[in-house]
Write a protein that binds this ligand. Structure first.
Ligand code: DPP
Ligand code: ZN
Length: 854
């Protein structure tokens, strides 16, 4: 199988300036007529090669003349037309079967509604096309469908006509005035409820906002609508960017491979990121909706108005847009908490990706299946790279760079280099060295030592950076690392921004007393920091640093020290007892929580398994699981009274999704979590479950019972299932909780879950709710000693590959990193991967499995 390389990029020989699509919708036989205005770049005739997959081609006409079948060639992935004139009109007639489309790429049915997903290369499953992002065309779309069954007929741009035909079908026409690549095309047809709103832009244009949702769900779209209005205002205020069409539509569908898709003027969303109310959604769900609504909206400029030249440049739009949505969320809520969440993503999933067989730079150099590169590296590390530019240039400098980027490239398909050049030119600053972040994969290690010279009153930081080799790249070079530092001394904190550019560097500070250095404040670069802190220093940072992320990070490092100590104790057969200083720190936090209750809650939480695991080259699974469980038990028992008192001091109030309330619920949930580990709290748990008026507080009870393997778990879960079994989005929470129960009966449970009437292998949300939760939130059972967890997931991956390769390929990820485990697990993992490779796999799955074994 042939991978594509960034270095092989060639500009297209032909381009398409105008596209007219006419769909006559039918579940098994949709008729499509596609008319393209073609132009050769050189002005010469030549061979036109169009991409296409799983299409039934009925006829081809050139400039109005029907072509004989011997005038063109059809292969599994191409339509080849030799002798194409320099300027021509090409018409294709195609038949599609949306009902048979379980891959959910191209045109498919979701609960009876037609919808499309074209990014990255899905348009070629709708028609033969130059399916690449550097071909930008004006699209006109006609949709013809039964008017009663499909009252909503939607596509990109503006609706220009709507006619009822004599046969009871309706014919609508949409025109998108903005030239766009095919990946931004969308079509939706169905019978929805529509929530309408509007937004007036800064320059006074009125934009209609329309949310299309399943019947009866209109009220649940209100929050998403308001989030969109906030995002539109924010982008005007922060970046001077206004919306550019008269209408912005969002359609919520149940069957969707990703979170959402930024199609021009017609976003298609996974319904879980649109629908929410207090009974059915948690604070986290509300947060995610606001952030993803923002993300897709922000793409209108960073992605749609300026798009990618080729798919290797994906981070151009995704890294930048994640950065923008993170800034938006920070402004809407707690900047510190948001930053902590982003850091967790990098330290868990992204560091793991860099350390595994799929390691790649934020601009990958080689791709077999593009869908495999919608990764935490391209997205989240990509956003970290943008954030470092923002740190180096400052908010105003960054804005100048953005302004220049749009001035130069509006309406174009460009590269990551074009973006960095705009930043560079707008600020008069050489960013050549910085650009290495786009080429180099891997996680830099930053080793720091300090020296204090009392006589000279000088404090020195000696820094070394080193990026270990990755699966894709042996040789690494030093990177430009912005390192934020605070020096704590005599109750004061002095901030610095250091720029590390060499392999080794020394930084001196004039100080009269030996300070405690707070290193990498705000996680100013996505690196692994090594510095020998004492417990006392970490506790001091946790109390006194100005930067909240650094305070939280000090606690994380404290826990890492505990984990290492527990592993040592374990090897000599003893149970490790946490030190008194740690209990004391926690006791004080509980007696007198910080003003920010959400931050307090975060500090009181023992790090999750994957955070801890990522620190080890070879992960001692069972020891970690046992140690983390024991830490929670010890904190619960030792501070039982304090958890109870703190819990009681935080009375529930009538639910609102509002910052202070969210914070209060977060702290209450943490208290409840520990109380579930203490005997005799059944009444309290049951009471919160039965009396709360919102999903956040109810789910907190179930999660606490799950984590503590509490006897109440089964009873409450059964009540939950009874209450919500008609509502799949809510039921997904139950599926996930069931699959993450950390005891052996879970293997039977998994079988029962897939036999549940609401489970469907065709629906990615269901499959992820069960099996995503199983491997992400149930390390004890996923890694169970007998290899049962691995086999279980491998079976599911193979089953899914035949239904939906994208979902299969995401699920396989935890099996790939076999090199990170001890030998027995290595053998088990290798065996399931090798067995997989003997099958006829999709490109998606083949790329990952073969890489992991090579
Ligand atoms: N829809 C996905 C996203 O917004 C891919 N572009 O990230
Ligand atoms: Zn995106």
């Amino acid at each position: 199988r042939q991978a594509k390389k960034l270095s092989d990029y060639k500009a297209p020989e032909f381009t398409i300036t105008d596209v007219e699509l006419s769909f006559e919708l039918n579940p098994q036989a949709t008729k499509l007529t596609a008319v393209y205005q073609l132009k050769s770049a050189s002005g010469k005739a030549g061979t036109l090669i169009l991409d296409g997959q799983e299409l039934k081609l009925l006829s081809v006409s050139l400039d109005g003349q029907l072509l004989n079948a011997d005038c063109y060639q059809v292969t599994a992935e191409q339509l080849i037309l030799p002798g194409m004139p320099a300027k021509a009109q090409l018409e294709l007639n195609i038949e599609l079967n949306p009902q048979a489309n379980t891959a959910l790429e191209g045109l498919y049915l979701s609960n009876g509604a037609y919808c499309t997903q074209c990014e990255a290369e899905g348009f070629r499953r709708i028609s033969y096309y130059l399916d690449r992002p550097d071909v930008l065309a004006r699209f006109t779309t006609h949709i013809i469908a039964d008017d009663t069954a499909y009252p909503a007929l939607l596509s990109n741009g503006n609706l220009v006509s709507s006619t009822l035909l004599p046969d009871g079908r309706r014919h609508v026409t949409w025109v998108d005035p903005f030239p766009k690549p095919s990946y931004l095309f969308a079509l939706v047809a169905g019978d929805f409820d529509c929530l309408k709103g509007s937004y007036t832009t800064g320059s006074g244009r009125e934009v209609a906002l329309e949310f299309y949702v399943d019947k009866g769900n209109k009220n649940r779209a209100q929050f998403a609508l308001e989030s969109l209005q906030r995002a539109m205002l924010w982008d005007e205020q922060r970046f001077g960017l206004e919306y550019d069409l008269d209408i912005y539509m969002v359609v919520a569908v149940d069957f969707f491979n990703m979170g959402a898709m930024e199609n021009k003027g017609l976003n298609v969303f996974n319904s879980k990121y649109v629908l929410a109310d207090q009974q059915s959604a948690t604070d986290t769900d509300f947060f995610n909706i606001e952030s993803i609504i923002g993300h897709e909206y922000f793409h209108n400029w960073t992605g749609n108005r300026v798009t990618c030249r080729d798919w290797f440049q994906l981070s151009l739009k995704e890294g930048l847009t994640v950065f923008r949505d993170q800034q938006f969320s920070a402004d809407m809520g707690s900047a510190t908490l948001n930053r902590i969440d982003a850091v967790k993503t990098i330290r868990t999933a992204q560091f793991a990706e860099d350390a595994g067989p799929m390691a790649h730079p934020i601009r990958p150099q080689q791709v077999l299946e593009m869908n495999n590169f919608y990764t935490v590296t391209v997205y989240d590390k990509g956003a970290e790279v943008i954030r470092m530019l923002h740190t180096l240039l400052g908010q105003d400098g960054f804005r100048k760079g953005m302004d220049l980027y749009f001035k130069r490239h509006d309406g174009q398909a460009v590269t990551c280099d074009d973006f960095v050049n705009a930043m560079q030119d707008a600020n008069g600053r050489d960013l050549t060295l910085f650009s290495r972040w786009y080429q180099q994969s891997g996680t830099p290690e930053l080793k720091v030592h300090s020296q204090f010279d009392a006589k000279k009153r000088e404090f020195k930081l000696l820094m070394q950076q080193h990026t270990p080799a990755t699966a894709d790249q042996a040789d690494k070079e030093p990177l430009l690392l912005p390192v934020r530092v605070e020096l704590l001394a005599e109750g004061a904190s002095l901030p610095y921004l250091l720029e590390m550019t060499e392999t080794q560097q020394e930084f001196s500070f004039a100080v009269s007393q030996k300070p405690v250095p707070v290193l990498l404040a705000d996680f100013s670069a996505p690196v692994k920091l090594q510095y020998q802190y004492s417990m006392d220093e970490l506790l001091q940072i946790a109390r006194d640093a100005k930067d909240g992320v650094a305070r939280w990070d000090a606690i994380q490092q404290l826990w890492q020290i505990q984990v290492k100590a527990a592993i040592e104790a374990n090897s000599s057969g003893a149970e490790y007892q946490l030190p008194a200083a740690l209990f004391e720190f926690y006791r004080q936090l509980l007696v007198k929580p910080l003003d920010d209750l959400a931050f307090t809650a975060e500090l009181l939480t023992v790090p999750a398994y994957d955070m801890v695991a990522e620190q080890f080259d070879e992960i001692p699974v069972q020891t970690l699981v046992v140690a983390l469980q024991s830490f929670q038990q010890q904190l619960a028992t030792q501070l039982a009274e304090q958890w109870q008192l703190c819990y009681q001091s935080l009375q529930a109030e009538a639910y609102q999704y509002q910052q202070q309330q969210v914070a209060k619920r977060a702290l209450r949930s943490v208290c409840l979590h520990y109380l579930a580990f203490v005997a005799g709290k059944d009444e309290l748990l049951r009471q919160q479950y039965n009396s709360s008026d919102n999903m956040t507080d109810q789910l907190a009870v179930l999660r606490a019972c799950r984590s503590a393997s509490h006897p109440l778990f089964a009873e409450l879960m059964s009540a939950f299932e009874q209450r919500w079994n008609k509502d799949v989005l809510v039921l997904d929470k139950w599926f996930s909780l069931s699959a993450s129960y950390p005891q052996p009966p879970v293997f039977n449970t998994l079988e029962q879950l897939t036999a549940h009437p609401q489970f469907s292998w065709q629906n990615p949300n269901r499959v992820r709710a069960v099996f995503g939760a199983f491997y992400q939130q149930n390390p004890a059972m996923f890694h169970s000693e007998d290899g049962k967890g691995y086999q279980q997931l491998a079976d599911v991956v193979l089953k899914m590959d035949a239904i939906n390769p994208q979902v299969a390929s995401r699920l396989v990820t935890p099996l790939l990193s076999w090199k990170r485990y001890q030998s027995a697990r290595q053998q088990q993992l290798k065996a399931v991967l090798q067995a997989m490779l003997t099958r006829d796999l999709s490109n998606d799955l083949y790329e990952k499995v073969s890489k992991s074994l090579s």
